[in-house]
Design a protein around this ligand. Structure first.
Ligand code: C2E
Ligand code: MG
Ligand code: MG
Length: 760
């Protein structure tokens, strides 16, 4: 176990031939007697003749030291099993003054019980002349293990808790084990991510404590190896969840890295599972740890206990980190669609900008906004909206299977980041596919919902070097698609005549609010009127006022763009009052032109409608323009009425009492129950154009339209079909007795003066 020359240099020369002096003889006779106290308290006694270097070991001491009981003529014979590193410590202690008490800890390799810790204590001599030394030997392995476990737990916890990456933490723990327990090489194995199905273990982290490169071949071999579960040392430990040893790496046929072990001089090793049991009783085995030594180490008793501690700690850390990764993933994912969320999309875009700058490549950003999404949400409720968003998200994902990142930016806005493999026109092809994907109907239960998309495209680095610029410009291009009538795609163009197009939605919104103010002052709003005809289509019985905004540069902005923005501020009140005033003036003029009793329909947003002063204000306007309240019909969308019935219905009642008419716009899209409908003080219903669209081919739409017509008849309500575009639709409506028709087939919205052609 140790180098004898080192000992002889330190101890009084042992003389094997020397006679046993009487004092030691006495000790020998005592030592050979079985001692009850020794057995009970697990200790042994020893005597040392300083003059001759002869030792006597009692039965207890001999058993602890794994040598024969009785006389040992040399230190080497009595202490043959002491671990080499500890011989020096022991010898130097024994060489101190005899009057000084010796208190020395050392390790021995016990053939059966592995590594043991012993403590040698001497009874200090009463005088320096004394030539006999005596003392006891105690096995302190248990307390050493406890202390070591504590130390390990503390140190490993420190690494694991503070670690930001699992690799970092585990590598430090491997190092800790190697340093403290004298292993030369250690590693952590776990199931390889991409081969989860194949169940192969790979060496994820390792630590080589040698300073030269002598273990490099073993490292390489380990890193390249993929071990099936159940095979070899690591695979067996993983599948049995039990620690295991390899005593002779080179000759053990089941050890897979025999060759490289031989090349590096590694001889023995130990592996243990890193596993934990969750509250539901299931065992999880994230991995396996292994340690190797160039010594032929035997089964060391402290590792099994220690390994359970370390394994448990690492397992907990793995679990914690997996949870964190899961949380991180959740933080990057949009709940509803499972797509990348806004934040993460921006991060990916940042990374793409860096990469494209470095590699001098090109990529594109598609900014996608759904058209007519809000009415679906308002009318059928959020679940219907969610169905559309989820399904559209899936369609986008399917379109980008070959590459590209899809994100949901929020609401009905989506974005795609795509690096074209070929020409930049690929972006256009993708955008066209997105338009098609949006145009396909979405099923909400039995009902088909239809939307379209407006897309803006910006290209790195032509339209920006940063994610912010690219998004802003793609957004601006999208805005142009909206202005061009929606269901369209536009590339960002620097030379765009429209300055507004350069701004992001938020800025656009704020800018637009300011501009809407100015528009009011500068008279930039104007009204078009779309006639409503009787069932024959010959007589114009009403006109619907539809607002437009002519911007200073001549562009016409549609109400779907600016009304929602006006609705978010008090502006809608002013705009709404302007519409009523203008429409009443225009109607009065038409009355003068011979359109006696013609009625005007005015669309109202909820904020303007629920104002308590509305009835009073409307009366004042009516009077000033010389009209009767029955000439004015207010159109409220069904969805909006149903959203706040408690506020809306009282105002409706008050207005009806004053003689105004009220029409439920976009009827069929909301979810008014029939009993509710009975309570509503309305004079007419407008069948939403999405139902008219399917006439007369779509059986569902036909049934709905007929039901609404029946309902109107029973409730004595007028029913208007809006959005009538074809002869067939018109024919169907006439056949089933729809008495009021509005739609492009009869007339598009027109300027006031053009209505004169419908003079009775
Ligand atoms: P709405 O009240 O449902 O108006 C009918 C919309 O359908 C109008 O669009 C009209 O141009 C369009 N339309 C009419 N016939 C057809 C057709 O045959 N086919 C198709 N495809 N479309 C047809 P517009 O003018 O863009 O108005 C959109 C919405 O903006 C209106 O929907 C209304 O909710 C709102 N709006 C318009 N003017 C005002 C207003 O002065 N105040 C308020 N609060 N909202 C308004
Ligand atoms: Mg309307
Ligand atoms: Mg409508």
């Amino acid at each position: 176990m140790y180098d004898c020359s080192a000992v002889s240099a330190l101890l009084p020369l042992s003389k094997p031939e020397a006679k046993i002096r009487p004092a030691l003889k006495l000790a020998l006779s005592q030592a050979l007697q079985p001692d009850g106290a020794e057995q009970v308290a697990s200790f042994g006694r020893w005597w040392l003749d300083i003059l001759t270097g002869q030792w006597v070991l009692s039965m207890g001491a001999a058993s602890l030291l794994e040598v024969d009981v009785g006389l040992h003529t040399t230190f080497a014979s009595g202490f043959s099993q002491v671990v080499t590193d500890d011989v020096g410590i022991l010898v130097s202690q024994l060489s101190t003054e005899v009057t000084t008490a010796i208190h020395c800890e050392f390790r021995i390799i016990h053939e059966l019980r592995g590594l043991r810790w012993l403590r040698l204590i001497s009874v200090p001599a009463s005088s320096s002349k004394q030539d006999m030394l005596t003392g006891i030997l105690v096995d302190i392995t248990a307390s050493k293990h406890a202390a070591m476990r504590e130390h390990f737990s503390f140190e490993s916890t420190r690494f694991l808790v503070g670690a930001h990456s699992l690799g970092d933490a585990i590598t430090k723990v491997i190092q800790l084990v190697c340093d403290n327990l004298g292993w030369e090489w250690g590693a952590y194995w776990s199931l390889e991510q991409e081969q989860m199905g194949a169940n192969k273990l790979s060496c994820q982290y390792y630590w080589d404590s040698t300073s030269d490169d002598k273990l490099a071949p073993f490292t390489q071999d380990s890193r390249a190896l993929r071990i099936p579960t159940g095979a070899g040392l690591v695979g067996t430990v993983w599948s049995t969840a039990r620690p295991n040893w390899v005593e002779d790496m080179v000759n053990d046929q089941s050890f897979l890295r025999r060759k490289s072990a031989l090349a590096c001089g590694l001889k023995s090793g130990y592996a243990f599972p890193v596993s934990y049991v969750t509250a539901d009783g299931r065992r999880h085995s994230p991995g396996v740890m292994e340690f190797f030594s160039c010594l032929s180490r035997q089964k060391e008793a402290q590792l099994p206990n220690l390994s359970a501690t370390i394994g448990g700690l690492i397992a907990q850390t793995v679990q914690r980190m997996e949870q964190q990764a899961h949380i991180r993933q959740l933080a990057q994912i949009d709940d509803l669609t499972g797509l990348t969320n806004r934040n993460h999309f921006h991060q990916l875009l940042d990374a793409a900008c860096l990469k494209a700058t470095a590699s001098n490549t090109v990529f594109g950003v598609l900014f996608i906004d759904l058209d007519r999404f809000k009415p679906i949400n308002d009318a059928f409720g959020h679940e219907a909206g969610n169905v559309v968003l989820r399904e559209f998200g899936q369609r986008l994902r399917a379109l980008t299977m070959d590459g590209g990142e899809v994100g949901r930016l929020g609401g009905d806005e989506f974005a795609i980041l795509m690096t074209p493999k070929g020409a930049i026109t690929q972006l256009k092809v993708l955008a066209e596919r997105v338009l098609q994907a949006a145009n396909k109907p979405f099923m909400f239960g039995e009902r088909e919902l239809s939307v379209s998309a407006s897309i803006g495209i910006s290209v790195f680095a032509e339209h920006g070097w940063t994610s912010a610029e690219l998004m802003r410009n793609a957004d601006a291009a999208m805005y142009r698609s909206k202005q061009n009538g929606r269901n369209a795609l536009s590339f960002f163009s620097d030379s765009s005549s429209d300055n507004l197009a350069h701004q992001s939605s938020l800025v656009q919104q704020l800018t637009m609010e300011t501009e809407l103010h100015r528009a009011l002052v500068n008279n930039e709003f104007f009204l078009l009127y779309q006639p409503v005809f009787d069932g024959s289509g010959a007589r114009m019985v009403a006109i619907e006022a539809l607002i437009r905004w002519r911007r200073a540069n001549g562009d016409i902005v549609m109400p779907d763009i600016f009304i929602p923005i006006a609705e978010q501020s008090r502006l809608i009140m002013q705009i709404g009052r302007w519409v009523v005033q203008q429409a009443c003036n225009d109607l009065a003029w038409l009355h003068e032109q011979g359109f006696v009793d013609l009625q005007v329909n005015i669309n109202m947003a909820v904020p303007e409608f629920i104002s308590p002063s509305l009835p009073e204000e409307l009366m004042a306007i009516i009077k000033s323009s010389g009209l009767a309240s029955s000439h004015l019909c207010l159109e409220l969308t069904e969805g909006l009425v149903m959203k706040q019935p408690e506020k809306v219905i009282p105002v409706m009642k008050a207005l009806r009492q004053l003689g105004f008419k009220i029409s439920l716009d976009d009827f069929g899209m909301g979810h008014s129950s029939l009993s509710r409908l009975k309570e509503l003080p309305i004079s007419s219903l407008k069948i939403d154009r999405s139902f008219v669209k399917g006439l007369p081919h779509d059986r569902g739409d036909c049934a709905i339209v007929r039901t609404i017509l029946d309902l109107g008849r029973h409730m004595k309500l007028k029913v208007i079909a809006e959005g009538v575009e074809t002869d067939k639709q018109l024919g169907f409506l006439q056949q089933f007795g729809c008495t009021l028709i509005q739609g492009f087939i009869l007339s598009k919205p027109k300027p006031l003066s053009e209505l004169l052609s419908y003079r009775p």
